[in-house]
Design a protein around this ligand. Structure first.
Ligand code: GMT
Length: 377
């Protein structure tokens, strides 16, 4: 296909949608496309600017009349400016609110000037499963989905949720999240491993944004049961509203000295490479990119049977799934893996193999096919 000039809009933070958008953008640059990130700060995983990779900051100024600054409108204006200055072929926006609705405004403004700029919207999860249920957002999300020129969702489960929640007249294409397994081919940082588990304890890891939907308290309760049976440490990575509550709970249930909480980091590869097991007991999870990254690092995953997680984790081979909140079952499965070196070896091998099913090279052409469809019209 011909090389395109694409505007990418995402949250520049550590959240899954921003990570997927950034990695996708970088992979498209590798394939020869020209990528323009349009965000309020440089995406966390973007790295340095290079040929064909641009970043345009959406700069908010304080206007005293506004109690709330209208980010969506400033973003839409920036999209118009970048589209004209760099002759973009299309916009690909990640996360419906407010990116998709802002993109529709931008597209309509450009249409008035005779410029055609198709909009691809990728739905990531909480934009549908949490915000989509909120009447404060629902009509706008539905409108933005239906007005987009193409819509993708990161799992079959998210596609079903979207169709169940909204009156959608758009075809929703499922394009699963992806990883580049070779990013994980690097030596384990033995110093880091020793710092977390000085006496050779098993390392059980959880990475998230510590929101209630992640059920991080379940992580502690599962770990407490594991720790009763085998020497283990719990490595918590990330930050968010539940972090201090979770650290207090660790104190309360007597496992604080076994918990290492390192907060936000740029890239989870280092902690994953030293891990023996990954826990993701979320209430809901449209895909579970963190679980896929764990598999790529050869770390088996225990997760809840919710949302898109069963599309990623094969129960009984690269990990286990249990009903949401069933900490007993999750602890039982964790011990089944950690307590037997042979089982652990087999699960690790299966984890890596499963991760290859989500290889970036299989996913990029799916997005490119969508782009081609819209730009060859
Ligand atoms: O997990 C989060 O709360 C962050 C959120 C986001 O929008 O950044 O993640 C969602 O998108 C990820 C990337 O597509 C998915 O892997 C996550 O499963 C999804 N989170 C939820 O559905 C809770």
């Amino acid at each position: 296909m011909k090389n395109l000039r694409i505007g990418f809009v995402c949250y520049p933070t550590f959240g899954g949608s921003g990570v997927v958008a950034t990695e996708l953008g970088k992979a498209l640059v590798e394939k020869g496309h020209e990528l323009h990130f349009i965000t309020y700060s440089a995406p966390a995983r973007m790295g340095s600017l290079k040929k064909n990779l641009f970043y345009h900051e959406v700069h908010m100024t304080d206007y005293p009349l506004f109690d709330f600054q209208p980010y969506e409108l400033v973003l839409a204006s920036k999209m118009v400016e970048v589209a004209k200055a760099h002759q973009l072929d299309l916009l690909h926006v990640h996360y419906a609110i407010p990116h998709a609705s802002a993109a529709i405004i931008a597209r309509n403004i450009l249409a008035e000037e005779g410029i055609h700029l198709p909009v691809v919207t990728t739905l990531h999860g909480t934009d549908i499963t949490l915000l989509g249920k909120d009447p404060a957002f629902k009509p706008v999300i539905a409108y933005a989905i239906n007005q987009s020129d193409a819509v993708t969702a990161v799992s079959d489960s998210l596609k079903c949720d979207t169709e169940a929640l909204f009156d959608v007249h758009q075809t929703i294409n499922v394009v699963h999240n992806f990883i580049c397994p070779t990013h994980f081919d690097r030596p384990i940082d033995q110093q880091f491993r020793l710092a977390v588990a000085p006496n050779g304890e098993k390392i059980v890891t959880h990475i998230s944004n510590f929101r209630p939907v992640k059920r991080v308290e379940d992580v502690l309760r599962i770990f407490a049961r594991i720790q009763e049976r085998i020497p283990a440490k719990l490595l918590l990575v990330g930050d968010g509203p539940d972090r201090s509550r979770v650290e207090n709970l660790a104190e309360e249930i007597g496992i604080r000295s076994h918990v290492i909480s390192i907060g936000k980091i740029k890239n989870p590869i280092e902690p994953l490479l030293v891990s023996d097991l990954f826990l993701l007991p979320s209430e809901t999870e449209s895909f579970g990119l963190a679980a896929l990254e764990a598999l790529a690092a050869e770390v088996p995953v225990i997760a809840s049977h919710a949302g898109g997680l069963p599309e990623v984790i094969h129960h009984g081979s690269c990990g286990y799934l249990a009903p949401v909140g069933d900490v007993e079952a999750m602890a039982h499965f964790a011990l089944d893996i950690l307590d037997s070196p042979e089982n652990h070896r087999n699960f690790k091998k299966a984890a890596r193999k499963r991760a290859w099913d989500f290889h970036v090279s299989a996913v990029i052409p799916q997005y490119e096919a969508i782009y081609e469809d819209l730009t060859s019209e």
